[in-house]
Structures are given as structure tokens and as C-alpha cells.
Design a protein around this ligand. Sequence first.
Ligand code: N7H
Length: 441
Amino acid sequence: GLNLTNIQGDILIGMKKNKELFFFFTIINSTLFRSQLGSGILPLITPTSQLLAVDTQPTTAVNLAFSQRGLTTLDITDDLGDTAFANGQIDNVASILGDETSNWESAFAGTSIHGVFLLASDTVDNVNATLSQIQALLNGSITEAYSLQGQARPADQQGHEHFGFMDGISNPAVTGFSTPLPGQQVIDPGLFLLGETGDTVTRPAWAKDGSFLAFRQLQQRVPEFNKFLVDNALSNPNLTADQNAELLGARMMGRWKSGAPVDLTPTVDDPVLAADPQRNNNFNYSHPGFDLDTDQTHCPFSAHLRKTNPRAGLNPENTANHIIRAGIPYGPEVTDAENASNVSSTDPSLERGLAFVAYQSDINAGFAFLQQLWANNAAYGVDPIIGTDGLGQADVPRSPSGLDPADPTRIITIDQDFVVSRGGEYFFSPSLSAIQNTLAI
Ligand code: N7H
């Protein structure tokens, strides 16, 4: 089995708290920083084992990861064997990810981010108390480069992202760690953890059981998304206008807002199915009597869920391109003024979206692959949620078929981006023993 006391907790199961702060920092005194890392910071880092049982969970869970620039600042010169990590996310911004660079948060576009603390708890007060504790321990050896406060949405929207969809349902099961639910793919641990079975790249020994964290600040233009659904509502005669708008959204996503998979319930929501973990992931887009290569009556080819994991659509089923997602929403709820105007406010304090976190052992096979070669790929339709033209231009129209189950050949043009990348960085989340024996002095 895996060494769960050595693997940082966010990687395999996620810290799953209602508040999570991403505190990006610059190391200004590397000797002092390294001297505080072992005795001071390490005891605060939360391993997987601690998150598994409620009674061992800390008040504030803490994880820590470094950019390549951060490792270099610490005089760690070993090659971790991942070019995307080594070059940093800005290196493949437009040509690979399709971001419009002008939308990038300046901290992500610059050179000051050496690492990130992930601090997760039930309250912002707890998070801030732990951050103060860390800053006191680090004694002026770091400064803040940027921070993003993630928070679950309120009341009945908890667990739902800002467009309203339930998130966090489909992550892969990991061989030797999790028991798969029906329909859940079982993936080698080496796709997420360096040096484990399935990781074929040569790595320094100390990097074992670490993982690459792809962070993205993805703004969601919620009023615009909602307006698009209303303007382009489908026309199922058995549904109300609102339901026909919901239907279009569900088909763009591949799940209903409830979480029910469109592949199993293509034209009506099914909240009971959505809430049943034995059934809500148990589908693979194939149906007896339907041709997998042409059937879009169940789920559109371009649906976000299907683009980012085609399941049986690839034969043999893909075992090479998987991520573990551990993101959390950020930003406030849509205001009445935004709802009335159908336009997102330009007030930065009202920006909302997803603090996207993906773990993998190979960024070019994980997050970057899913974004570039699947979501942005016009074959089978560009992903209506996260797809771009792949060239760094905004609002390039895409023309997927399949969104209307009554007429799957009908093309509905999506003329704008509902998700705007504000940038991000690639990090390495080391094992606890690597922090102790290699990063600390
Ligand atoms: Fe996506 N959303 O909330 O609208 N995503 N995603 N994602 N996503 C998924 O099944 C969303 C993004 C994947 O295994 C669900 O757990 C939003 C990026 C993958 O069948 C919902 C954003 C990438 C899956 C969302 C966003 C991915 C997945 C359904 C950006 C990778 C699982 C809930 C703001 C490049 C697929 C669930 C599978 C599911 C949303 C981004 C990947 C609701 C809003 C950038 C692999």
C-alpha cells in the first residue's frame, strides 16, 4: 500500500473544507526558510492519514508546494523530470492552454511565486490564525506574492460551483488506496504520485510520493452563462422555459446541476440518481443498440464531462490521461445588479470562479493534455465550458452539435467564453520526508 503518513493530504482525497486559502509566497531568505522548515513547519503539514478519520483531522489542514523557481531558490537543482513544471505555466500559456495572456493576474505572469501554502478550515479566522502561526515560524523569510481565498458557496449551493453544478463527483479511484464506486475508473498510483507504480519517468529518489499541482484561477462569467442558456433554451414541449434553459446547461456540462449524469438521464433531471454514489458515476457513454461513435442523444460529444474524460469513447479505455481534482470556488455570489444586467461586474472584489487544483505525476499528460488536446480540440466540438481556440484569443465562436437531444445534428453556436483563465502556476507537492530530509536544513 501507499505510505499515507508521507503523502500530503490534498493529493489523494482533498482537504474538503469550506474555506481554503491559497497563499502564494516569495522566499527572500532561503537559508532562514530552510532552517525553519523541518522543526517549525513540518509538524503543521497534514498527511493523507490525518484526513482519513474525522477525529484526527486538524482544525486547519496545511499543505505546501513549490514552483521550479522556488526549488531553485532553495538550491535544489535535481531535475524532477517534468518539462512543464520546470518551465512554469506562463511558458505554455497561449500556445498550449489557449489563455489570453492579458487576462493573467500579474503575480502569475511574473517571477515572484516560489511556493504556495494551502490552508483549509471551517472558518476564515482559523485559516488566518494558522497563516499567522506559519509566518511567525518563518520569521520574515517569505513575503506574500499573491493570495486567493477559496470558499464553498452558501446554503443549498454548498458543493456546487458558481454556474450551479454539483462538483467533485468523478475523480478516479487509485489502485491500492481507494475502493472504486460503480463506474469509477481505477488508475495506477504512479499517474498521480512520482515514483509509484505507473510512473515511468526517472526521478530523484527524494521526489517519490510527491505530486505536481496544477493551479489555475478560472473566472466564471455567471450572469453571461445564465443569459446564454435563457437565450438559447431548447424547445422540449414537455418542459417549461426555465427547464429548457437548464436542459441546455446540463448538456453543455454532461451533468445536471444536481449532479445527475446526462448520459443516464438525457432530458430530465433526476435528483435521486444524482445523490446516489452507487449510480451517479456508473456510465461510460455506450448504450446497447446505439453506435458510440455517432450517438449524441444521450450525451453530447462536446460536454465538459465527456471532453475531459471520454470513458468508453476511447477504445481501449484511456488509462494515461487522468487528474485528481481538488479545487474550490472563490469569490462572492452574483449580485442583484449583475443579475439584472446579465453582465459580470468589473469590480475585482466581485470576481468569482474556480480555484482549480489538479494533481498528476506528468503535467503534459494530465492537466495540460486535458486542456489542450481534449477541451480545446475542435474534433467532437470544443468544450463549451473550458475550451478555447487554443491560440490565446477570447470569445472565438464554437459550433458543437449534439446539444439538442431532439435534433442531435443541430448546431448551437457558442459565441463567448464563460470561463476566463486568470493564470496559474505549476507546483511540486513534496512528501513529508522530502520536506524533512531534502528541503529543510
Ligand atoms: Fe471540470 N463545473 O463546475 O462547471 N467539471 N470544470 N475541469 N472536470 C466537472 O463529475 C468545471 C476544468 C474535469 O471523470 C464537473 O465531479 C468548471 C478544467 C474532469 O467524468 C463540473 C471549471 C479541467 C472532470 C465541472 C472546470 C477539468 C470534470 C462535474 C472551470 C481540466 C471529471 C462534476 C471554471 C483541464 C470528468 C464531477 C469525469 C468534471 C466544472 C475546469 C476537468 C460541474 C466550472 C480546467 C477531468
